[in-house]
Design a protein around this ligand. Structure first.
Ligand code: AMP
Length: 535
């Protein structure tokens, strides 16, 4: 049987044994939709507010865009930076880059120029593509780089940055467990850019797993507002939907009113979002005096940040549906735990480990001190370690950093503190890493501190998180340079020029001296209490 026949058999048979199903699974992300293209050609695969593509049309468009990329000088093993907000063209380019054996580097267009330039340099990107039709930020970034407008078959206009003739293609790997499909940047605790290399196998494993756990089928319409530039959107929305033959509707930015309307009118059946999104949806309905309706919605999952009981209760009361929880991290492609449809939880457990991976708790507290101190860690709580086909290949060009995160025998040290109940339900109780999660987006304090410290009026700074209404705010404490009068307007503009909006501190507090231990280490625990006391 050839590959297409294999895939058609896979699509056709819901009754295959798990072993047979696994042996028939596609090998690379641009193959996942092929069975559905053969048997469900008129069904919509991808849409956004302006365009839609059927399963029948998708293979031709992906091939055509792959040919455009090759003409633009992209070779197997090259990195291609995709600066975008969610749209059909971005999804197609991700698949086309995979078809060429190149690596997509997905970047949210809402990041600052400094951040995007850093990623472009660090990845050694051969080309940068800007999806300006659906993102004014992408337009601004593209114009700043003198990108030229091109029109590509099936996806229309985009901006193509100059060819980087110095880019060196990575060696082509034939083993899909080693072949990188996508790189995702996280800034990490050192402030230096960290690019997570995710392989074809990583993404297919989570795409398949997510689809199975959430029982995705062709009758589903999935609301795609989580960015494809984050691996949650990429694997659990894009790959999972296309693998299941479902319709993924892509949305560039979260707007509560748009989501409320789509739930009521567009037949959305599956919704994934960060807790802050659900908070805002409910707030919007109460402010606008409307009652939220979602006649076809069947699965809703919160992920990316801690879910609180008041939010879970309010959501479930509003919609009469369970608000499921899922936990993961970029380095795990990202899923690690999910609550199950058949055993809904009344609490905020992140559920059991997903099928096919192993988890365990480590009590050696290898991480840096973060939101939970060692004293609070009892014998039932430890750092969550994960092992399985979802674990990244490593950080790009950073073997030492990789070795600090993945043990020699393949366990990813998450930096999250957890306890596990007898039935396998996992509770995330804190972090041993310094991470603030603002509306589902990660903010590493050190990155904000580095930008603040670069301002001429700032002597030094310390950034902490403050909990507010199911979310976290970024709070900065600074010491000004002797004799300098702080110009807050200039400082705010400086931050805007150098940081994405979600990383900009909600409050900047000037102290005569930052509290420090005799070693000089800033006492962030004290600053966290100080920040909490000001609400
Ligand atoms: P990212 O790499 O952007 O996916 O961020 C991963 C981090 O987000 C994890 O290490 C956790 O600290 C946090 N996180 C993700 N999902 C959850 C959740 N459901 N509950 C609590 N924390 C979460």
């Amino acid at each position: 049987m050839n590959r297409t026949e294999n895939l058609a058999q896979l699509a056709d048979s819901a009754t295959l044994s798990e072993a047979n199903r696994t042996s028939l699974l596609p090998q690379r992300i641009h193959e996942v939709f092929l069975p559905w293209s053969a048997i469900n050609a008129n069904h919509i695969a991808l849409s956004d507010s302006a365009t839609s593509l059927t399963y029948g049309a998708l293979p031709g468009v992906v091939d055509a865009v792959a040919a455009h990329l090759a003409e633009a000088g992209v070779r197997p093993g090259d990195r291609v930076l995709l600066v975008a907000e969610n749209c059909v063209a971005l999804a197609v380019c991700l698949l086309a880059v995979s078809a060429l054996g190149a690596w997509s580097v997905t970047v949210n267009a809402r990041l600052s120029k400094r951040e995007i330039d850093t990623f472009s340099d660090h990845s050694g990107a051969r080309r940068v593509l800007y999806f300006h039709e659906t993102s004014s930020d992408a337009l601004t970034h593209g114009q700043a780089q003198d990108a030229i407008e091109v029109s590509w078959t099936g996806i229309g206009a985009l901006l193509l940055g100059p060819l980087n003739t110095a880019a060196i293609a990575e060696a082509h790997e034939t083993d899909t467990a080693r072949q990188v499909a996508v790189m995702v940047y996280t800034s990490g605790t050192t402030g230096a850019p960290k690019a997570v290399m995710l392989t074809q196998k990583n993404l297919l494993f989570i795409g398949n797993n997510s689809g199975q756990v959430r029982r995705l089928t062709p009758v589903d319409t999935v609301y795609g507002v989580l960015p494809l530039s984050h691996v949650y959107g990429l694997s659990a929305l894009l790959v999972a939907s296309l693998m299941a033959g479902a319709h993924l509707h892509l949305v560039p930015r979260f707007v509560a009113a748009d989501l409320a309307r789509a739930l009521a009118e567009d037949g959305i059946t599956v919704l994934h979002g960060a807790p802050a999104m659900f908070v805002r949806l409910i707030e919007y309905a109460s402010e606008a005096g409307i009652s939220l309706k979602a006649p076809r919605l069947r699965v809703v999952q919160s992920g990316g940040a801690p879910l609180t009981l008041p939010l879970k209760t309010a959501f479930e009361k509003t919609f009469g549906l369970v608000l499921h929880n899922g936990y993961g991290m970029t380095e795990a492609s990202p899923s690690i735990c999910q609550t199950r449809l058949d055993t809904p939880r009344l609490d905020c457990s992140v559920g059991q480990a997903i099928p096919g991976i192993e988890v365990r708790l480590d009590n050696s507290m290898s991480g840096t001190a973060g939101s939970v101190t060692a004293d609070e860690v009892g014998d039932k709580v430890g750092e969550l370690w994960v092992c399985g086909p979802n674990i990244m290949k490593g950080y790009y060009r950073a073997p030492e950093l990789t070795a600090q995160t993945i043990t020699a025998d393949g366990w990813l040290m998450t930096g999250d503190l957890a306890r596990i109940e007898a039935d396998g339900a996992i509770f995330i109780v804190g972090r041993s890493k310094e991470l603030i999660i603002r509306s589902g987006f990660n903010v590493y304090p050190v990155e904000v501190e580095q930008v603040l410290n670069a301002h001429p009026d700032v002597l030094h700074s310390a950034v902490v998180g403050r909990e507010v209404n199911g979310n976290e705010e970024v709070i900065a404490f600074i010491e000004t340079r002797h004799g300098s009068a702080l110009d807050r307007t200039a400082l705010n503009q400086f931050l805007k020029n150098n940081l994405s909006p979600y990383k900009i501190p909600a409050e900047i507090i000037v102290l005569a001296h930052l509290p420090a231990a005799p070693t000089g280490k800033i006492l962030k625990h004290e600053l966290r209490l100080l920040a909490a006391g000001r609400t």
